[in-house]
Write a protein that binds this ligand. Structure first.
Ligand code: ATR
Length: 276
């Protein structure tokens, strides 16, 4: 039977994943399709049963089902268990459906070559931050500081990880020159959202890397500010593409072209994605 993959979520029409995976499948001459499926909030369990029944080869999971889907899967890998969220489901040869999380690892891959002794500042302590923090830990990083508007939430995440230290946004701002990598995980700067900066960047280290997980707009106000200090900036498109590439490799056993895909998406959505 021809393989087929899917992405489930609600809403789903805006998802860039179908285009990305269809392109990779074609580039690698893999006979398969990848389709977006919008699932109504109360229908997740039936949707998962249907995907299994119809022999789906694997699927991605997006908002709002990443946590809720866990009880409906046959097994969940340790990466996803720790985070408490699944973004990729893989069908095994024994027809079991296993949940993984490639978001955090995908984000870290998008940073390029970084070292595990780099000192990392993460801004935000929500779901996205959680996935990224767990991935840093799983790769052996030991210096992670979590700054959050609500300090308590940063403390909970730091305690859970055992490698994390929690600070206020103000403390992060005042000690910014300690950090080699600054990761912005809040929705600030996202299309139709508050465009203010979570922290000021005037104490940024000269050779820091500044990354934002938001990709609409491609250059957030936070990255625009960082560019003023001539540091390396990384937008959220890299995370989208690398998490997809990891899922693709789990399903097909081969790693697709990530750099080409980032270029293709920039051309497709335009440098000024927010206005389209
Ligand atoms: P996601 O799953 O996308 O990470 P989330 O779980 O709602 O979303 O988390 C959003 C994160 O952005 C939180 O860390 C939140 O801070 P609080 O814990 O204090 O709510 C942070 N955030 C959202 N709006 C913010 C704002 N205006 N200023 C600073 N931080 C903000």
């Amino acid at each position: 039977m021809k393989k087929w993959f899917a992405v489930i979520g609600n809403p789903i029409s805006h998802s860039l994943s179908p285009n990305m995976h269809e392109t990779w499948l074609k580039q690698l001459s893999i006979e398969a399709s990848y389709i977006p499926i919008q699932v109504e909030q109360d229908h997740l369990e039936q949707a998962v049963k249907s995907l299994k029944l119809l022999g789906c080869s694997g699927w991605n999971v997006t908002v709002p089902f990443k946590e809720e889907i866990i009880p409906f899967l046959d097994e969940v890998d340790d990466s996803a268990k720790g985070i408490g969220a699944v973004n990729t489901v893989v069908k095994t040869l024994e027809n079991k459906y296993i949940g993984y999380n490639t978001d955090g690892l995908g984000f870290i891959e998008s940073l390029g070559s970084i070292k595990s002794d780099h000192n990392i500042l993460m801004i935000g302590a929500g779901g996205a931050a959680r996935g990224i923090a767990h991935a840093f830990k799983s790769l052996g990083f030991t210096q992670l500081t979590i700054a959050n508007r609500t300090l308590e939430k940063a403390k909970v995440l730091g305690d859970e990880l055992k490698i994390g230290q929690a600070v206020t946004l103000e403390e992060a701002e005042n000690t910014l020159n300690k950090f080699d990598i600054v990761v912005q995980t809040t929705p600030l700067g996202m299309k139709n959202n508050d465009a203010s900066l979570p922290i000021k960047l005037n104490l940024l280290k000269g050779n820091a890397i500044v990354a934002d997980i938001v990709y609409n707009p491609l250059v957030t106000p936070f990255l625009e500010e960082a560019k003023k200090y001539n540091v390396q900036t990384i937008n959220g498109l890299g995370m989208l593409v690398h998490q997809g590439a990891l899922a693709f490799s789990y399903w097909n056993g081969v790693k697709p072209d990530t750099n080409g895909m980032i270029q293709q998406l920039i051309e497709q959505i335009g440098g000024n994605y927010v206005n389209r």
